[in-house]
Design a protein around this ligand. Structure first.
Ligand code: ZN
Length: 336
């Protein structure tokens, strides 16, 4: 099954740029820009057989520090695209929060990521979602959204949506910002219910995002409530499930107790994602292996997850059709 998961053409919809950087890319960035101290820290963490949650946070910090200029953001994006393509991901929605540093503006940051996507020569379609960080003030987020809208008009085929990310215990969900994003032609993928917060989950579901991230605390058995779960079941919003990320971070007790089983039992729409594959030491192929083991899935079940995920992408109809055709053709060639 491992080889099948690796070869299966896959769709990745929930991948943060910084968290997706591989050990190799981090080393390259560390060496390239002479961040000797970061490089030493990195070596120490990657030398361990088991990473702790603190190690994961340290990796996030390193990834953040080594992508603090236009060249490294460009290089990082190129490497992440290449890594996904190497494991047969044929469609990728990358997400990142526009940031400014002393050497670059938020606009230059977005330009660097977009440039790397345009320069991509691999067999993979790449789109970009730009994130608003929940810990930022409303004023900062409003300004960021205006920039995102402006950049979406400049690159309508690449910038497809807006995300709400960041520490779920901080800040709050501002529905009006996301409604404005939608009015301006952006799709909505919102981290939702990562921690128990029924009032906020309700507010998010009410605006009916195109997709939600994680959806951990929605089902009553996982910190949600019956009325929220009933509402969710009515809306059937595709949920981006990130099993390893949830288990490593402790938002899921174990793979066996992951909430995705409620989606499977109730035939609700979900897709499988990595979240931060560099930090959590996983890959999309590995996530497919995990789910296949947990639920005794057949090859066809796994193929169907990949195929159904096309419906939840933010690309246009022609691209969706070509992805479907590709997967159908692959199935006929690989069922013997
Ligand atoms: Zn995420």
């Amino acid at each position: 099954m491992d080889a099948y998961c690796e070869n299966l053409p896959k769709i990745e919809l929930h991948a943060h740029l910084n968290g997706s950087l591989s050990e190799k890319t981090l080393e390259e960035l560390g060496c390239q820009f002479n961040n000797v101290e970061e490089y030493q820290k990195l070596n120490k963490i990657f030398g361990k057989t088991e990473k702790t949650l603190e190690d994961c946070f340290e990796l996030f910090k390193i990834a953040h520090n080594v992508t603090n200029n236009v060249e490294s953001v460009y290089h990082a994006t190129k490497c992440v695209i290449q890594d996904f393509s190497a494991e047969n991901v044929i469609y990728l929605e990358l997400r990142t929060t526009p940031r400014s540093e002393s050497t670059m503006t938020k606009e230059q940051y977005i330009e660097a990521v977009v440039r790397a996507i345009i320069d991509n020569k691999n067999n993979i379609i790449v789109k970009l979602l730009l994130s608003l960080d929940r810990s930022h003030s409303k004023e900062v987020s409003e300004e960021a959204l205006d920039l995102i809208i402006k950049m979406k008009e400049r690159y309508p085929n690449i910038i497809r949506g807006v995300d709400l990310c960041g520490n779920p215990n901080e800040g709050k969900f501002c529905g009006d910002l996301f409604l404005k994003a939608r009015e301006n032609g952006l799709k909505l993928a919102i981290h939702c219910g990562e921690v128990k917060n029924n009032a906020e989950v309700k507010d998010i579901l009410k605006i009916q995002p195109d997709r939600i991230g994680h959806g951990t605390c929605i089902h009553p058995g996982y910190g949600g409530s019956q009325d929220i779960w009933d509402l969710y079941k009515k809306l059937k919003i595709p949920t981006e499930c990130c099993l390893t990320s949830n288990v490593v971070c402790g938002s899921s007790e174990s793979y066996e107790k992951h909430h995705v089983q409620e989606w499977i039992k109730n035939e609700l729409p979900f897709c499988i994602n990595t979240d931060d594959k560099g930090v959590f030491c996983t890959s999309l192929s590995q996530e497919f292996e995990v789910i296949s083991r947990l639920f005794n899935f057949t090859k066809h079940n796994l193929w169907k997850i990949s195929y159904d995920t096309i419906d939840y992408t933010f690309c246009d109809k022609m691209e969706k059709d070509s992805l479907r055709k590709y997967l159908m053709k692959w199935a006929t060639e690989n069922t013997k």
